[in-house]
Design a protein around this ligand. Structure first.
Ligand code: BJW
Ligand code: ZN
Length: 308
């Protein structure tokens, strides 16, 4: 019964995908779970003995920049070690105009709006571009992923931004500064020696600095209560969309959590929403539910498993 229901759903989903003109994907931490990046809530949502969400605020950084920088050092190092998974790669393929034309022949646009800051979608775009450059003798722009299809709405782990002058650099250094590396080593050895809680305090003078004015720098991500820098562009894209795929997000954080409902209300409520999650997590009604790991479900639903 379960299989029959799903295959009927899949048929209808493919029909909607074929007719869709403007497709958006709203992605969250579940997209990167198979790459080994912990999610924010649920089982993966703790760092040391702290809740990850409690560290993602400007107040936490003001009170204890040393602790928040150690959290982001851990996240940067994990992201550098990780590889894009099959779901990142499937979405990067959708950014290739010639592939989009096959998968969704009526589509005029495709956008991936990700809440993730780990850079794995950018690396998937690079991987797909490299693969296609080596497979095709002289690829045209139609054969390569268009990076402007990707919007990283909560910023990027590897952007380092000045707290005073806003000067921002994209910095993949590992470690970003020696004090963060030393603090990590010290923490590990103290915990290994049997102590349950231990916080290494790094003086502000040893934390990452702005290369322009020397002030304290911060991770270039969007914390709770902060504005989404690209929101005007995103709002326009969401307002045009007629199909929204919601991938691996708990839909707890606005404004991303509202996009699916907005799409559903578009064009006299003819917009459609498909959810890809290991459990149902949507805020409102959805038209298609693919319960399972997105790294398996998404390439299959998009019919991309065999597309080179
Ligand atoms: C799988 C899977 C697999 C696992 N396959 N699925 C009251 C007071 C103050 C503010 C507010 C308020 N009420 C509302 C607000 C606004 C606030 C907000 O929404 N707060 C709520 C929590 C209540 N939003 C904001 O402040 C935003 N700014 C804004 O709105 O500006 C205007 C404004 C300002 C002030 C007041 C009002 C308006 C900014 C939000 C920034 C969020 N930042 C973070 C940190 C980013 C940097 C970093 O990464 O460190 O973004 S928080 C964190 O949550 C991170 C994530 O991007 C975001 C969403 O989490 P996500 O991705 O959904 O992860 P999880 O872990 O929750 O879910 C994972 C899912 O994957 C689960 O469903 C699993 O089942 C699934 N899964 N494996 C498929 N293999
Ligand atoms: Zn500065």
């Amino acid at each position: 019964m379960e299989a029959a229901l799903r295959s009927r759903n899949m048929e209808e989903f493919r029909r909607v995908l074929h007719a869709a003109k403007n497709i958006i994907v709203v992605a969250g931490a579940g997209l990167s779970a198979a790459s080994g990046i912990p999610t924010f809530r649920g089982a993966g949502g703790m760092w040391r003995s702290l809740e990850a969400v409690s560290l993602a605020t400007p107040e936490a950084f003001d009170q204890n920049p040393s602790l928040v920088w150690q959290f982001y050092h851990y996240r940067r190092e994990a992201a550098l070690r990780a590889q894009p998974n099959a779901a990142h790669l499937a979405l990067a393929k959708m950014m290739v105009p010639s592939i989009l034309a096959r998968v969704a022949p009526a589509a005029q646009s495709f956008h991936l709006i990700t809440q993730n800051v780990d850079g794995l979608s950018t690396r998937a775009i690079q991987a797909v571009a490299e693969e296609r450059r080596s497979a095709l003798s002289s690829p045209s722009p139609q054969d390569l992923p268009n990076p402007s299809c990707l919007i990283e709405m909560h910023g990027r782990l590897f952007d380092v931004r000045c707290t005073q002058c806003n000067h921002t650099v994209l910095d993949f250094s590992s470690p970003l500064c020696s004090a963060l590396h030393e603090a990590d080593k010290e923490h590990t050895s103290v915990i290994q020696a049997g102590q349950k809680e231990h916080e290494v305090k790094i003086p502000v003078s040893e934390l990452p600095k702005c290369s322009e004015c020397g002030s304290l720098a911060r991770p270039g991500v969007v914390w709770f209560g902060e504005e989404i820098p690209l929101l005007e562009d995103i709002d326009k894209i969401v307002a045009e969309a007629d199909l929204c795929l919601v991938v691996g997000t708990s839909s707890r954080v606005s404004p991303a959590a509202n996009f699916a409902m907005e799409v559903r209300a578009n064009n006299n409520r003819t917009g459609r929403v498909a959810e890809f999650n290991i459990e149902s997590s949507s805020r409102g009604p959805v038209d298609f539910r693919f319960i399972g790991e997105c790294e398996t479900e998404l390439p299959e639903a998009l019919g991309l498993k065999d597309v080179e």
